[in-house]
Design a protein around this ligand. Structure first.
Ligand SMILES: [Zn+2]
Length: 147
C-alpha cells in the first residue's frame, strides 16, 4: 500500500476538519506528524507541517474533494471588514485553549471542545462565527464587538 501526501497544514484544527470531512466521505486517510506539530507548533516548520496522507489509489478522488471543499468554503465566507475570502479557522491564542486543544487531541474528540476563531488573513479581522456571504439563507453577518 502506497501512501501519498495530498496536503499539509500548519495547524491541528484545519487538518482535523479536513480529515473528518474525508472520513465522512468514506475515504481512508491519516495525519502524519500531527503529534509533533500539536505539541510544539514551532516544530511545524521543521517537519513541514501536518501531512494529510491517503492511499495512492484514492489520490485523484481526494484532490477533487479537497478542491470542492475549498471552493465552497471560500465562496461562503467573506470578511465583513475588507471583503476578502481568505478566512481561516484558527485556535484562539491563550494558554487555557492550548491545554484544551491538547486534551481534545489526546482523547480523540477532535477540536469540538476547543475555542476557535475565524480570522481574516488579509486584514486580521476575527469572528467567532464564519462570516457568511449575503446570498446565504442565514442572516447577514453583523459584527458585535466593534469597540
Ligand atoms: Zn479582512
Amino acid at each position: 500500500m502506497e501512501l501519498v501526501t495530498v496536503r499539509t497544514f500548519n495547524n491541528y484544527f484545519s487538518a482535523n476538519i479536513m480529515l473528518s470531512k474525508l472520513r465522512d466521505g468514506g475515504i481512508r486517510c491519516y495525519l502524519k506528524d500531527e503529534f509533533t506539530v500539536t505539541v510544539d507548533p514551532i516544530l511545524a516548520n521543521a517537519v513541514g507541517g501536518i501531512k494529510l496522507v491517503v492511499n495512492k489509489d484514492d489520490e485523484s478522488e481526494v484532490l477533487e474533494i479537497l478542491n470542492k471543499f475549498d471552493e465552497d468554503y471560500h465562496r461562503q465566507s467573506v470578511c465583513p471588514k475588507c471583503g476578502s475570502h481568505e478566512i481561516d479557522l484558527v485556535p484562539k491564542q491563550n494558554v487555557a485553549n492550548m491545554v484544551t486543544a491538547f486534551l481534545s487531541w489526546l482523547f480523540s474528540s477532535y477540536a469540538v471542545s476547543a475555542e476557535n476563531v475565524y480570522k481574516c488573513s488579509n486584514c486580521g479581522y476575527e469572528s467567532d462565527t464564519l462570516p457568511e456571504a449575503l446570498n446565504n439563507e442565514k442572516q447577514p453577518f453583523e459584527p458585535e464587538n466593534l469597540n
